[in-house]
Design a protein around this ligand. Structure first.
Ligand SMILES: [Zn+2]
Length: 395
């Protein structure tokens, strides 16, 4: 939504020299150890068990470097000259294309290039559901600034990105910013802050915001032999811009949304008046896959209910369901996190109104048919995360 950020969608397979220049060919490695007895292989820092299935403890080799990039061959000949890599991150193509995009989009520094897309890493130990996987989705932005302005923009983007997560309706006490210590910083970064969420398996990184200096553009300039400096018209000077990079994991964000929203509570069923267990996803209306469920109280009311659902479809993510007891239908929508359900009943034809039921409080409001869209928008804008009442994963 910003004037100073443009998008791109780059290729997944890029020239191997790109990954040579970025340092990935030589340095994107994990230290691995092998057991000489059981032939098991682990990341040196992620040994799960000291017990060898062949008896006693493992007999480990010295750590060996294992490159995390997926390799493939381009063309018909599989030799060293035709090796190529699946991108292990989306950011390098933004550096490589920096000058083309800057010229074509007529942007002036400071400005950013952003990309969402797949990245691939041959993780030895994928774990924690979709938290760490070999094929994953990244959202990255390279924000190019004048040297000297970097600290200001770094602070700006750290705050922006932290606010973005809070805006997804996550409980604020489960989110934190964690600045990297000097010993943790990547060799190219002079400052870095992680946005972290407290998963059931501990505090983990969702996104890193790094001040990468002019490292990447300088490297690509050197390996490609092309000038990647920027000419500042006002100051009449050339410089290689410095970069602030927010780098976020989409899958991790999704896992966070699921974990944070999940709750199991005891309620009295609206219809049967019996006490029962309710699985509920407290998803914000911003991210709920279904925002509005529309039900006829009875199948006989299917026609007006479907008409209403179709009318709302262009404004909201909707779902129509006419089968089963109304209480069951509410419960199914609670489980997928639908914040509002509308019921068309036998009064609707006479009073031209329907009920809107709130997922979190289970309260119901009678709303005139011609006001439904406006009321839904107001309710969504006013939505606030309530505390978990039951035994949610992240309670
Ligand atoms: Zn072993």
């Amino acid at each position: 939504m910003r004037d100073d950020v443009v998008g791109q969608d780059s290729s997944i397979i890029s020239h191997p020299t790109v990954w040579k220049a970025s340092g990935h060919v030589d340095h994107f490695t994990d230290p691995m150890v092998d057991c000489k007895k059981c032939k098991g292989r682990w990341r040196a820092d992620q040994m799960d068990s000291k017990e060898c299935p062949h008896g006693g403890s493992h007999e480990l080799t010295e750590p060996q470097k294992f490159n995390l990039m997926f390799r493939t061959f381009v063309g018909a000949v599989e030799d060293a000259a035709s090796v190529a890599y699946l991108r292990p991150e989306t950011c390098q193509p933004m550096f490589v294309n920096f000058k083309q995009i800057q010229l074509v989009s007529r942007q002036k520094v400071p400005f950013g290039i952003a990309q969402i897309g797949k990245a691939f890493r041959n993780e030895v130990n994928p774990r924690n559901f979709i938290f760490r996987s070999r094929e994953f989705e990244q959202m990255e932005m390279e924000f190019f600034v004048k040297p000297g302005d970097a600290k200001k923009w770094f602070d700006f983007w750290v705050q922006q990105r932290f606010d973005w997560y809070k805006g997804l309706g996550i409980r604020p006490d489960k989110l934190r910013l964690r600045p990297h210590g000097k010993d943790e910083l990547a060799h190219y970064a002079s400052m870095a802050v992680d946005v972290e969420y407290e998963f059931p398996f501990g505090w983990q990184e969702l996104e890193g915001i790094a001040h990468r200096g002019a490292f990447d553009l300088t490297q690509h300039q050197q390996f490609s032999g092309k000038d990647l400096s920027y000419f500042d018209d006002a100051a009449k000077e050339h410089f290689v811009p410095e970069v602030i990079e927010p780098s976020a994991g989409v899958d991790r964000t999704l896992l966070m949304l699921l974990v944070d929203a999940y709750d199991v509570e005891q309620i009295v069923d609206e219809e049967s008046k019996k006490s029962e267990e309710r699985v509920i996803m407290h998803l914000s209306p911003i991210v709920a896959p279904i925002q509005v469920g529309v039900f006829p109280l009875s199948k006989k009311l299917g026609e007006p209910a479907q008409k209403l659902e179709k009318a709302l479809r262009s404004e909201f993510r909707t779902f129509y369901d006419e089968s089963g007891a109304i209480g069951r239908r509410y419960r199914r929508q609670d489980e997928v996190g639908t914040p509002f359900c509308i019921t068309v009943d036998f009064q609707t034809e006479t009073d031209r109104a329907v009920t809107i039921r709130d997922r979190d409080t289970m309260s119901q409001d009678r709303v005139a048919l011609d006001q439904v869209s406006r009321v839904l928008k107001e309710k969504m804008a006013a939505w606030q995360r309530l505390p978990n009442k039951g035994t949610g994963l992240a309670a």
